[in-house]
Write a protein that binds this ligand. Structure first.
Ligand code: HEC
Ligand code: HEC
Ligand code: HEC
Ligand code: HEC
Ligand code: HEC
Length: 191
């Protein structure tokens, strides 16, 4: 709106002086366009960060499996020292899928991985670089953080995508509130 008025004023001036200064007229428009782009780009991150799910080797649904009464830590154990939450191997899956839905092509694929001793090549969703210290065990068992805090309502999802922020800012925000340290060498090896 203000762009229109601004340009109208500019046009009037130029016409009054009976001097067609192309640069001035177009300059106004260029300025307005840049201004508008700048304004909208402030809202763009919201749209841009819609989580994109990686393609998984099997159509595994957390919703289906959590509704069977399976708990998160049954499939994601945190073996000592507790940094990682592992993804359970196919042996656990076969407890059920030796008999459940065996006619399904994806269960046949699961069975193939299992019978051939292959790891299922799941695509990672949440990843932080190697130079960051992080321990699941400390956060889950000592801090009392819930899976949902850092991964969202996984049990309601058919397909997992990265829907929660695990950036340095996100870590710092919680450390500030819950009393974790903000010192660089707490999370990074600075020696
Ligand atoms: C039956 C076993 C099973 C149960 C129960 C289960 N998961 Fe999973 N989880 C998997 C498998 C298999 C994958 C890999 C496929 C995928 O990403 O959907 C996975 C992937 C994940 C990932 C992404 C891992 C990565 O690489 O970034 C997170 C986070 C996760 N699960 C959290 C949870 C939470 C929270 C719960 C409980 C609400 C839960 N899971 C329950 C089997 C399970
Ligand atoms: C407690 C039993 C149980 C366990 C353990 C289990 N599942 Fe399932 N799974 C089910 C049930 C029940 C269904 C839904 C079957 C249906 O739709 O009728 C299912 C469905 C599936 C499907 C969809 C099949 C299709 O074509 O609709 C896939 C893929 C699958 N499971 C993979 C896995 C994987 C991978 C694991 C191990 C990480 C696993 N399941 C562990 C019970 C289990
Ligand atoms: C304080 C935040 C936080 C909480 C709470 C949390 N996670 Fe994670 N999770 C992460 C981060 C950060 C990563 C990436 C770790 C990495 O790349 O080393 C991750 C990765 C994972 C992975 C992929 C394997 C791995 O360890 O890299 C799985 C599976 C997972 N989380 C499951 C869970 C489950 C299940 C719970 C609840 C019992 C849980 N997480 C609680 C932050 C959290
Ligand atoms: C839910 C809030 C919360 C989030 C999110 C969170 N932290 Fe923490 N973290 C804490 C608290 C509180 C402590 C202090 C635990 C203590 O002193 O017993 C802690 C402790 C730690 C420790 C010290 C662990 C140890 O061995 O004693 C590291 C390293 C750490 N956090 C890294 C991270 C990183 C990296 C992230 C982001 C990926 C993160 N944290 C996200 C709350 C959080
Ligand atoms: C609570 C944990 C935590 C603390 C404390 C922390 N960082 Fe980080 N830092 C992270 C995580 C997590 C990442 C990885 C972010 C990512 O890749 O998404 C990171 C990434 C970085 C990077 C790489 C940034 C990039 O854009 O690739 C630098 C540099 C860095 N941190 C410096 C610092 C400095 C300097 C301090 C002290 C003021 C500090 N960090 C304190 C968790 C932490």
């Amino acid at each position: 709106m203000c762009c229109l008025i601004l340009n109208f004023q500019r046009l009037k001036q130029v016409f009054n002086r009976r001097r067609f200064n192309i640069l001035k007229i177009y300059g106004g428009w260029v300025f307005c366009t840049l201004f508008t782009v700048l304004l909208t780009s402030q809202q763009l991150p919201e749209l841009k960060h819609k989580p994109v799910a990686p393609k998984q080797p099997l159509p595994f649904s957390h919703k289906t499996h959590v509704s069977q009464g399976l708990t998160c830590v049954e499939c994601h154990t945190m073996p000592a020292p507790g940094d990682y939450a592992e993804i359970v191997g196919s042996t656990k899956c076969m407890h059920c899928h030796l008999t459940i839905k065996t006619e399904s092509p994806s269960i046949q694929k699961l069975t193939w991985f299992h019978n051939n001793g292959r790891q299922i090549p799941w695509e990672p969703i949440y990843l932080i670089p190697d130079y960051v210290f992080f321990s699941h065990a400390v956060h889950v068992k000592e801090v009392g953080a819930q899976c949902v805090d850092c991964h969202g309502p996984v049990g309601k999802r058919d397909i997992l995508a990265k829907e929660r922020d695990i950036s340095m800012t996100a870590c710092m925000d919680c450390h500030r509130v819950k009393g974790g340290s903000l010192q660089c060498d707490y999370c990074h090896d600075t020696r």
